[in-house]
Design a protein around this ligand. Structure first.
Ligand SMILES: N[C@@H](CCC(=O)N[C@@H](CS)C(=O)NCC(=O)O)C(=O)O
Length: 371
């Protein structure tokens, strides 16, 4: 019996786990998290949090959260998607962190602010309605919450939308230039960063009709990478010389540096503002070790991107993934550390290594907890 992947096609984080399972050649069956079996047998083992993706093994073990799912299989399989050299290790983890948490604004904007795709979204949301759903858990009600509350809560408002769109467009064009030269972020094999990036790029930005049109018209190489990330072979026919390996000599191609410089534009100021919010929340709230770390904690982060002020919910999970970059960096010494410093300085991302929470986030019972 294969692994059961609880998720749906339009789910952002399911895209990360699904792509990993496909590339790993692991047999799985995707189901919606709507059944009595899910509520009775899976949800209690997932810390009671009904989020996608969640996986269930044949023996009943459950893993909730796309980061934990990728971690589990990477460790189990000898880390084939984790580079071994310092700059590539940092960049893989960095793109995993930035893309999966830092592209939520375009992902949500291009889903919820285009009324012409309303029928498409409602169809998918109705398919996620649990078997015993009270009215507020039915598809249409959940869709209204996502459009009217969750999207503005991330800082997508009429005032910021032009900036959200232009930031996304610049990232998209930089990625297109990169995937014109390489099949994956670090060469001929997907790294953990590719799996973080496929989250927003698959379920939302390449699949919802409005952004799919933008990607197909303006970034066909990105569209090809999205396809490639959902196929079991390397699917790199346009690159006849490419091999199943990361680039040699710890190389970070110039095209990827250009992508990182684009991603830095809002990710760095937002991360600084979120850290301030969460750290002052931690200072004024006596949080016991082991207490569950909620998705939105510490109020609204206010930050500026090139003259536009954003207000976005502070989400400590951003630091759960960023800490993994910082841990990699902390383990480096001497010339390796110097070369990572120089690289991140060029990418305008060096500050990220110093922006830290005063408390760490761990995992217990399939939930994030304050340690
Ligand atoms: N950190 C989690 C986030 C999962 C998540 O937020 N999933 C969304 C769908 S993409 C979800 O389940 N939302 C429904 C909800 O939270 O009620 C992960 O990486 O798996």
């Amino acid at each position: 019996m294969p692994i059961t992947l609880y998720g749906v096609p339009i789910s952002l984080y399911t895209g990360r786990a699904r792509s990993y399972l496909i590339k790993a050649g692991l047999a799985y069956e995707e189901k919606t998290h709507t059944s009595q079996h899910f509520f009775d047998n899976v949800l209690p083992k997932a810390g009671g949090r009904r989020s996608m993706p969640t996986i269930e093994f044949e023996d009943g073990r459950v893993i909730r959260d796309s980061v934990a799912i990728v971690d589990h299989f990477e460790a189990d399989r000898g880390n084939p998607h984790t580079p071994t050299t310092p700059r590539q290790r940092i960049v893989s983890r960095l793109i995993d962190a930035i893309a999966s948490e830092g592209l939520l604004r375009p992902a949500m904007h291009y889903r919820w602010n285009f009324p012409e795709q309303d029928g498409y979204i409602r169809f998918h949301f109705r398919a996620m309605t649990p078997y015993h759903a009270p009215p507020e858990m039915r598809g249409d009600a959940r869709a209204d919450v996502m459009r009217n509350e969750a999207t503005p809560n991330l800082g997508v408002t009429p005032r910021t939308i032009p900036k959200v769109e232009s930031l996304y467009f610049d990232v998209l064009l930089a990625l297109d230039a990169h995937f014109s030269e390489h099949p994956y972020l670090l060469g001929g094999r997907p790294c953990v960063g590719d799996f973080g990036l496929i989250g927003p790029m698959y379920g939302h930005l390449s699949r919802d009709p409005a952004p799919r049109d933008i990607m197909q018209r303006h970034a066909l190489r990105v569209a090809r990478w999205v396809e490639r990330m959902n196929r079991p072979d390397r699917d790199a026919g346009e690159f006849p010389d490419s091999e199943d390996a990361f680039l040699g000599d710890d190389e970070i191609p110039e095209t990827l540096i250009a992508v990182l410089r684009q991603l830095a534009r809002d990710y760095v100021p937002e991360t600084r503002a979120v850290a301030n919010c969460v750290n002052s929340w931690l200072q004024t709230n006596a949080v016991a070790p082991g207490a569950v770390c909620e998705r939105n904690t510490g109020g609204k982060a206010v930050f500026e991107v090139e003259g536009i002020t954003f207000e976005a919910a502070a989400q400590p999970f951003r630091f759960y993934v960023l800490k993994r970059v910082q841990d990699e960096y902390d383990a480096l010494t001497g010339a390796n550390r110097d070369s990572v410093d120089a690289l991140l300085t060029r990418c305008n991302l060096r500050d990220l290594l110093d922006i830290r929470l005063t408390r760490d986030i761990g995992r217990a019972n399939n939930l994030e907890v304050w340690t």
